[in-house]
Write a protein that binds this ligand. Sequence first.
Ligand code: NAD
Length: 439
Amino acid sequence: MADRYLNFTGTAPGRFLTRKLGLPQPSALRRWSAEHPYLEGELLHLTAGASPHGAELTEIFARTGLTSTPNPTHPTAVVLDATGISDTPGLAEVHAALHPVVRSVAENGRVVVLGAPVSPSDHHQAAAQQALEGFVRSLGKELGRGRTASLVRMGSAGAAESTLRFLLSPRSAYVSGQVIEVGEADPTTSIDWDRPLSGRTALVTGAARGIGEAVAEVLARDGAHVVVLDVPSAQQDLVRVADRLKGTALPLDITADDAGERMAAALADRGGLDILIHNAGITRDRKLANMAADRWNAVLDVNLTSVLRTTDALLKSGTLKRGGRVVATASIAGIAGNVGQTNYGASKAGIIGLVRALAPGALAEYGVTVNAVAPGFIETKMTAAVPLFIREAGRRMNSLGQGGLPVDVAETTAWLAGDASGGVNGSVIRVCGQSLLGS
Ligand code: NAD
């Protein structure tokens, strides 16, 4: 559904009027396109405290399509390496580095702060590094004009390359205020960054439309063969998506008792599965006092129990391969809660529990990562059905002042699905324009 307010504020009279009335002035976000795959512009690399990562970071930045310059007038990206800050007096360097430049960051620009893992045994280091989280989340709320701020906590620059490339690209347009932990991972060799999923097989549930269709499209763009799954009643749309992406259609209701086994059978010909995307989901909103059991059960069954059941079946049958990637779809409703969505909020919080428990341990030993994306307000048929005033509030109540697009969730999913993202595991990444709801 078109965001008429965003279109209006993009015109000269619209800008004038909204400024006079003190109304939000969202900027049209710059997203990935084949013609403009990079953010384009200048990158300013700053350091607070002593950092061992300088040289490696410089090499990574050279591969982002941005030009590193010592004194850019309007940097498109500012990266502050604060990994060396180990006590609170060191935080003065964060202010000293960013205060003079923050005003000049270009529209749709990025501020990325690099932090070190928070020490469990050094409370001075922990206080200083945790401070960066509050700093970045606050800065994200101040920036405006389509600019975002994120914190990456990393042990090594190499493991963080795919995350830095994502954040410093138009693919992360609707991701702001996030704290991304990057652990160590098996080194990846010879990545084709233009088609990082080449040779991979991905299964996307709920892919006949909306976010799932966009996820399938982006994974296919990045080189994966996509098996798109949706309910049999959506078969016509599903086949259209599969044909367009040269993928395979799998009409199947994920709540069927044998859904996992049928997925495994369909994937056997392809030699198994590399990327499993749990996207299918439904809402059946009512306040708890008015909610009949069938509404509760339907949402829990589709959004959570089926995800658990099919994941277990695909693991048990050995269909999900070594080094595989699982990305499940949560929601900010599962983090902040929402009126009328006790069933939905419970199901999406359950997804977060599943991810956190499954990610470490046995699967990690096989190089499998399990993460979740938590979309905020995304423009789809699901949100078009929301009453007008609630829909308008959902769109505006975030730092970017607008709803996201399905492609924003898809780009985030594709980053997590990449071989080079092995260091990101057990994370919940919000794709919400830094929604004001939730932590
Ligand atoms: P959508 O309703 O447009 O698409 C969901 C798809 O899932 C549909 O094609 C539907 O047929 C399919 N599906 C439903 N039940 C199924 C089942 N039993 N078996 C197989 N397929 C089934 O929704 P969307 O907005 O694209 O949402 C996709 C995911 O993102 C959902 O998990 C949703 O909860 C989550 N999400 C969406 C938003 C948003 O703002 N749109 C926000 C947060 C989370």
